[in-house]
Design a protein around this ligand. Structure first.
Ligand code: ADP
Ligand code: GLC
Length: 484
């Protein structure tokens, strides 16, 4: 099949979170199975500065697209995905993408990604690529299903066969813009096709537009697929998702063992495997030493690697961990950045417990791997979690995940039962301090019992989160859309 894949992130060059990992892995696996994937991503300033060897696409120069009052010019440049000959097509438009980060709070944030969507469709036309599937991700490319039905409906040769799939990675970001900016969607002539109640309320919601017009809507775990159809986690869109319930499916994300495996990981000090875990303790020593913390035999290290946002529930960590830190029962390494309140709170925690807490503010791929390998426990008390990747990375590294039973965390971690010896982590139900406190106690008990610790690690490391099975599910979905 020919698959157009449009996304705002791709690992490792353009990464804010898990979307980047997925947007590298899924296209690579589709390509390996013989599909032709046109993977389109913005050429962010960050990518340009990464010193990547970019090749200009001869037929992809001087593309101009009119979006409302904006006349935008793009060019296309390619580079192969790491470890594959699948190409990434980067959309170059300095005016839009040459900024500090991937995402901004700028007034034209919506336009940056609506433009990406049109650039991707223009790329299909320029390159003579007639997609069987346009697979779009989150609000950033969610305008495409509607654009194909109106603005591009004339181009039957290119898009006559195209079926659309919208994957929701996070309903917390919907791309809601004021209705007076309707022109910036490039579809002002088709205003009647947007949701009229929302328009009357003064809003154009790009995610909703995708939900209404995509041929299929997927999300990144079966539990999240159910949760977003409820008022609790539907973020105002649950009724629309219920209306499309027959097309909403949840496919749990996979993980990429070439990137995240303790046997081959080049970013960690000592490699190890399920059969020989000796290197794990040495990684713990290396991690603590590099962060300036003492190694204390028998005291487990808990890790956090996360965007610091309300979604991740980290205020529970701040509330619950001091009790255990004060008693010398645990050490904590936190890698992340985001909300200033959370950054300040983790800095304060480090000041209060300088020998047992290290907060590294920022983004570091190396340290993320070193925490996965060196920590004993991994904390993900998320308020909601569409899929989550770090709990799966943790299990692969024999690091016990402590997760809240939500979304993909619920679907990927089984609570450890000491009677039967089954289970891969610690799972708590209620989003409150009592829930996390209970879970940390459970984890400390498992950790201090050598037999239980070995068993849970072995269970976790024997899980299969590979992409192979997941790619087959996407393929079946694509094929089903074509059978009608
Ligand atoms: P989300 O996409 O909601 O942020 P995921 O668990 O799906 O959550 O994916 C997060 C990804 O981003 C993981 O690969 C994780 O290692 C990475 N990550 C998050 N914060 C950082 C950071 N500060 N430094 C390095 N990697 C990070
Ligand atoms: C989002 C979600 C996360 C998911 C990732 C990739 O960022 O928050 O749970 O793993 O997308 O699908």
């Amino acid at each position: 099949m020919k698959i157009l894949y449009v996304t705002s992130e791709v690992s490792p060059w353009a990464k804010a979170g898990g979307l980047a990992d997925i947007s590298a892995a899924l296209p690579r696996h589709l390509h390996a199975r013989g599909h032709e994937v046109l993977l389109v991503v913005p050429l962010y300033g960050r990518v340009q500065r990464a010193g990547l060897d970019l090749t200009p696409v001869p037929r992809g120069q001087n593309i101009s697209v009119r979006i409302g009052p904006h006349e935008l010019r793009f060019s296309l440049h390619t580079a192969p995905l790491e470890g594959s000959d699948q190409l990434v097509h980067f959309v170059h438009c300095s005016q839009l993408y040459n900024r500090e980060g991937l995402y901004t709070q700028d007034d034209d944030e919506h336009l940056r990604f609506i433009a990406l969507s049109y650039a991707a469709l223009a790329a299909c036309q320029r390159l003579g690529f007639s997609p069987d599937i346009a697979h779009v991700h989150d609000w950033q490319s969610a305008i495409i299903p509607l654009a194909l039905r109106c603005r591009y409906a004339w181009d039957h040769k290119r898009f006559g066969r195209t079926k659309t799939v919208l994957t929701i990675h996070n309903l917390g970001h919907q791309g809601a813009i004021p209705a007076h900016k309707l022109q910036d969607t490039g579809l002002a002539d088709s205003a009647h096709l947007f949701h009229q109640d929302q328009l009357d309320a003064g809003i154009v919601n790009l995610m909703l537009t995708g939900i209404l017009y995509a041929d299929a809507v997927t999300t990144v775990s079966p539990t999240y697929a159910r949760e977003i159809q409820t008022p609790e986690l539907g973020m105002g869109l649950d009724a629309f998702l219920r209306a499309r319930a027959s097309t909403v499916v949840g496919i749990l994300n996979g993980i990429d063992p070439t990137e995240w495996s303790p046997e081959t990981d080049k970013r960690i000090a000592h490699r190890y495997s399920r059969a020989d875990l000796a290197g794990k303790e040495r990684n713990k020593y290396a991690l603590l030493t590099s962060l300036g913390l003492p190694y204390v035999e028998g005291v487990p290290v808990a890790g956090v690697v996360s965007r610091l946002t309300g979604q991740k529930g980290l205020e529970l960590v701040l509330e619950v961990l001091p009790h255990f830190l004060a008693r010398g029962q645990i050490q904590l390494t936190v890698l992340g950045s985001g909300a200033s309140g959370l950054e300040e709170a983790f800095s304060a925690l480090q000041r209060r417990f300088p020998r047992s807490v290290c907060f590294y503010r920022g983004f570091s791929n190396d340290l993320a791997h070193q925490i996965e390998a060196g920590a004993d426990l991994f904390l993900m008390p998320s308020r909601y979690e569409p899929s989550g990747l770090n709990q799966m990375y943790s299990m692969n590294y024999g690091t016990i995940p402590i997760v809240r039973a939500t979304g993909g965390l619920r679907d990927s971690v089984q609570h450890f039962d000491r009677q039967t010896g089954r289970g891969t982590g610690v799972v708590f139900d209620h989003f409150n301090a009592e829930g996390l406190r209970w879970a940390v106690r459970q984890a400390l008990d498992i950790y201090s019992d050598g037999g239980a610790r070995a068993q849970i690690r072995d269970n976790a490391m024997s899980q299969d989160f590979s992409w192979q099975r997941r790619v087959a599910i996407y393929e079946t979905l694509y094929e089903r859309l074509h059978r009608g």
